[in-house]
Each structure stands twice: as C-alpha cells, then as structure tokens.
Write a protein that binds this ligand. Structure first.
Ligand code: F6R
Length: 613
C-alpha cells in the first residue's frame, strides 16, 4: 500500500513529483523517494519518514530533469528504512522501479536472479522487478531502446504474480515512462506536452483533470503529452480519457486545520451530491431491472472497518423496508467461511476506496458463487467497481483523511435509498410509503447542515474528558452500529481505548469496565427504544460513569435527569437518525486527538486504503 507518481514533460519534474507525493501520503508514509533522469543518469534520493523529509534531502542534492518517478511507502516486505525505500534500481543503476502491491513469487524469482549474478540491495519484493527487467532486456529483440524496454516489461509481467502496479524509467530510453497495472490502482493524467502516472488522481489534479483509468493487465507508455495504452495482449488500445470534476481545491484542506475536520463539514454536500443521482430512477442506476429487484431472496453485505458499520446500518434498512434477509460480513471473514449457494442472492460490497484487498477478495468469492454483485463506492474507476456487475457511486469527493467520515454518512444514505427502492420493487413498501420515506431522505442534507454546527458543543465537552483512559459508546437498534463507529473513530485518531456495545449487552459483561468518571456516550434519540436507553444511562451512572446523552429535542428533558451532559442533535426520522448521530462522535474523536497532539489525518500504523490482505 504505497503511492506512485511519475512525470514526463517539458519542465523539471522534481516539484511535480514531490507535490504529487504529498497528495499521496494518505496511502502510506513510512518512507519516500524520487529518481530523476538528469543528463542521461538517474539521480535517486530517498528518505525515511514523511515526504517532508524527502523534500529536505532532495533540496540538498537538487536534481534536475524532465522525467522522474516518485514513491511514498507503507512497508509490506522489509522494515521502513532507506535501503527498502523506493525507487529500486537494477544492478547497473540505469533502471528504476516504483511499485505498489505485492509480488507473490518474489522469493523464487530472487533466488533465480541471484543465481544469475544479480546483486540485491534491499529486502523488498519490488527490487525483483528491477532485476527481472534488467535480465529480460538482455533477451528481447527490438528495433530501438524504447521498444526493448517495453518488451522487457511485458515479458516481466508474464513472470511475476500478485496484485501490483508499477512504474519504470530507464536511462537508455529517456523521455519514456512505463506504467503497469494489475489489480492495484494506477491512473494516467494527460496534460499539455506532459503526462503523469499515479496511484490516484489527486496526485496530479492541480495540473490536469484529463484521466485514463487503466484496466487490469494494461501497460501505459508516457511520452510528454502522448500516452499509448497496450492491452493485456500487448495490442495498442484506443484508451478513453475522462474529465474528473473534482478540482484541486476540493482535494485540499480548504482552510481547515485537518482534512478530517474539513470532511466532517462536507457531509451536507456529500449527502446532497450522493442523492442527486438517486433522484433519477435508482433501480436503473443500480443496473438492476425491476424483475431482478423482485427476485432478490437474500443479500450479503461485505465491507471492512467503517464501511462495515455502514453495512450494519444497511441491514436494518433492507430488512425493515424490503423484508429481505441480510447478512453483514467483515470482508476478511467472508472469504473464509462457507457461504451457502442460493438463487437470487445479491452481494453488496461497500468501500470508500474500492481498493481494499479484503473487500475485493470477498467480492471475487461472491462472484465465483454466481451471486449478482453491487458496489457502493466512492472512487471512479477503482478495482471494486470494475469487478462488480454494477456500482452506485457515493459522490462525496476525495476523502483524504485516513479516518473515514463523509464516506460513512454517504454510504448509509445510499443503503437507505437502496432499501426503499427494493421495498417498492418487491411490494413491501407502497408507493405512498415510498414517497414519504423518499421525502424524509431528501431533507437529510439540510438536517446535516444543522448537525455540523455541534462542533463547538463537542469541543467544549472534550476539555473535561480528553485525558480519560477509556471511552464507552452505547446504542440500540439502528444506533448500535453508530456506537461501534464512534469507538472506532476515537481509537483511530486519538489512540485512546474505546469500545462500542449494544446497550442491552453491557449487563452481560462490559459493565465491569465502567469506573468512576468513565465517559459513556449514549446514542439515545427519542425513538422506539428511548426508554430502554434511559435505563442503560441509569445503570452506567450508578457505577460512577460520566454519561453524555446524544438525543433529539423531544428526548432532552428526560435525558437531562439521567445524564451529566446532553448533546442535542436535530430530529430526523427514526431510521435516518444514525446519519446525524454519528457527527458529534466524529467531532469528539477529532477534538480529543487534537488536544492530545495526535497526527489526525495520518494516524500511526494506518493507511487510507488497505490494498494488502
Ligand atoms: C476507518 C477507516 C477504515 C476503512 C476500511 C475500509 O475510519 O477508514 O476502517 O473504512 O479500511 O476502507 P474502504 O471503505 O476504502 O474499503
């Protein structure tokens, strides 16, 4: 899980590459490096730590050249160190490779290459690619050096296995960058007399929004503003470019201290944009005709982390509105359990990035079982969207902060739209009921605009509690997954111990960890389970907990009697309330992390998209 950027054009590539790497740091950030082709020689600079360290080191060396590659690394093979940082070179030092993903047969290849005399300098799987291309360059026949490199890369692709994307630059073919995509993300940006190779669009979006999404097994050849794509059989393909509507400002912090905060505030817009497409015929967007919708007997939701929590909320929705049984699996578990075959099963993968290896693996399994597949995803052209039969895009724009916020609420919103559409199609919901549910949904963005005003209240509260050792989150019914999400968010960004439970479960064990002053957050809108939540408040308070009630206006008076503090959230319908209730918990995580001085957008040990199992 790393970030690749390449530039070939008319300007000095260094600043393009360093800027691109900064935009890709969310993909991993234990070390970084660049290689620049300067007067026929490759100049490589690498540094452990963030891209800022690399920038400092590059300034000292000051390389100049119009073709270059860069990389930000998140270690998979070999510890974070300068030797293991990319770019990696062959024995001659004339060829460099940057790589994202895993070469599964690297040990076998390394042994073979060592027996042929290749000398390895790192512990990485990536270095195998550089030496293998070097070896293959000796054996291919070609009219010129460029063609030779392309053929050697194609031969190499047949010999390596795994999920990978990589970029190559060779001193003997100046002005050419070669990119290879196989199950790891790689996109091409086309500018004026310049082009870019990158793991993700924000890396070059400030220079161009014209993008080619490569398909699996494809090779891209970049020469200035000219890009050629070879398909997996090696034939030149007429590659389609698309214009990305995200501008650079959207992909940057826009005045907030952190992307996480900016993204929390973007939620009204994210919901609005997600629902805009849903105003049309949602069934059609899903690529599911009415008879398919009617024939669905069983739904499997597959996701990881925050997206899994969105899936848990989705189960309540689909079972309520469509009456179809739903199972929700962690993608990493779905792959390994026995999944009974059924006719009429729809597998839904929820993923912000569309590149999460576990989710991709699970959806491949669902496909192999003959299930119809649907992705709820935020990233156009991502691997998951190519794998699934159809996709509904969440349209919340790039989510840069590692901690997912706006993607989560957009995912829940999409699940709600899906559930009521299914219900209408299979007759579980009448047209009149559907219209009412739809109207409530269309009011959600406005209610979200009110909800984000809660930042000040939550910020003030965190002053009292940010030093606590552990935090507890409780919810019932549709708000139970929100308790899980509140705890996950807090753990991720503040490194505090936090746990979420179904409120009815605490008496079965977890109550023993509640101590004097333990902050307990109660998700208790004034709904069908409000009374039960009042009892849970009393149980916790009796053990000395500091109880914070997140409730709606009608619940405030009663909640005040059993809680130490109230966070009043705007009222939505019972089933849409979770979308609003999570917002104060997002602010809570943000402000506790901020007070503790944590690296909010890039928490330790985490990366934005987890492209390894
Ligand atoms: C939490 C978080 C992760 C992701 C998970 C799935 O804030 O960001 O738990 O939700 O890694 O990622 P996607 O949605 O990209 O598949």
């Amino acid at each position: 899980m790393c970030g690749i950027i390449g530039y070939v054009g008319k300007n000095n590539s260094v600043s393009y590459i360093i800027d691109g790497l900064k935009k890709l740091e969310y993909r991993g950030y234990d070390s970084a490096g660049i290689s620049i082709l300067q007067e026929g020689k490759l100049v490589t600079v690498r540094a452990v730590g963030k891209v800022a360290e690399l920038e400092r080191a590059a300034l000292q060396v000051n390389p100049v050249g119009t073709t270059g590659l860069g990389h930000t690394r998140w270690a998979t093979h070999g510890k974070p160190s300068e030797e293991n940082s990319h770019p990696h070179t062959d024995c001659s030092g004339e060829l460099v490779v940057v790589h994202n993903g895993i070469i599964e047969n690297y040990l076998t290849l390394r042994t073979q290459l060592e027996s042929l005399g290749h000398k390895f300098k790192s512990e990485t799987d990536t270095e195998v690619i550089a030496h293998l291309i070097e070896e293959n360059l000796k054996h291919v026949r070609a009219a010129n050096e460029e063609e030779k490199l392309i053929k050697a890369v194609q031969k190499t692709n047949k010999e390596i296995s795994g999920a990978f994307a990589y970029g190559v630059m060779w001193a003997h073919a100046p002005g050419l960058l070669v990119g290879v995509k196989n199950q790891s993300p790689l996109v091409v940006g086309i500018g004026k007399k310049e082009s870019f190779l990158a793991s993700d669009v924000p890396a070059f979006l400030q220079h161009t929004n014209k993008v080619i999404f490569l398909d699996e097994g494809e090779v891209a050849l970049l020469r200035g503003g000219q890009v050629t794509v070879l398909d997996k059989t090696g034939q030149v393909k007429k590659a389609k470019s698309v214009r990305i509507s995200w501008d650079q400002k959207t992909a940057e912090k826009g005045g907030y201290d952190h992307f996480m905060l900016k993204e929390i505030y973007e939620q009204p817009q994210a919901i609005e944009d997600t629902l805009r497409t849903a105003r049309a015929d949602f069934g059609k967007i899903l690529g599911l005709d009415t008879s398919t919708l009617r024939g669905l007997k069983d739904i499997h939701i597959i996701a990881c982390g925050t997206a899994y929590h969105a899936g848990l909320v989705g189960k309540y929705y689909i079972e309520q509105f469509a009456g179809i049984p739903v199972s929700v699996d962690l993608a990493s578990e779905y792959k390994y359990r026995t999944v009974p075959h059924m006719k009429g099963t729809l597998a839904i993968a929820i993923s912000q990035s569309g590149e999460t290896a576990d989710t991709i693996g699970a959806i491949k399994k669902a496909k192999s079982l003959g299930f119809r597949t649907l992705a709820i995803c935020n990233v156009l052209g991502s691997t998951l969207t190519r794998l699934c039969d159809s996709t509904f895009f969440t349209h919340c724009g790039p989510e840069i902060s590692v901690a997912s916020t706006k993607a989560f609420t957009s995912q829940i919103t999409s699940m709600y739209m899906l559930a009521i559409t299914l219900g209408l199609a299979n007759g579980n919901v009448s047209k009149a009921a559907f219209d009412k549910l739809h109207r409530e949904l269309m009011r959600l963005s406005k209610a979200m605009s009110e909800t984000v005003k809660l930042e000040y209240t939550v910020r003030h509260l965190t002053r009292k509690i940010y030093k606590a050792d552990r935090f507890i989150f409780l919810g019932r019914h549709v708000n139970f997954p929100i308790a899980l999400e509140g705890a996950l968010k807090l753990k991720e960004v503040s490194y505090r111990s936090a746990e979420g439970f179904a409120a009815g479960e605490i008496k079965h064990g977890p109550i023993s960890i509640i101590d004097k002053g333990t902050p307990v957050f109660m998700l208790m809108p004034h709904d069908s389970v409000f009374e039960k939540m009042l009892s849970a408040c009393q149980e916790c308070r009796a053990r000395g907990a500091f109880v914070v009630a997140i409730t709606t206006p009608d619940g405030v008076a009663q909640a005040k009697r059993v809680a130490d503090m109230i966070i009043p959230v705007p009222q939505a319908s019972e089933f849409l309330q979770p979308v609003l209730n999570v917002v104060p918990l997002q602010f809570l995580a943000y402000w506790i992390a901020k007070r503790l001085g944590c690296d909010i957008d890039q928490p330790r040990n985490l990366a934005k998209s987890v492209t390894v199992e």
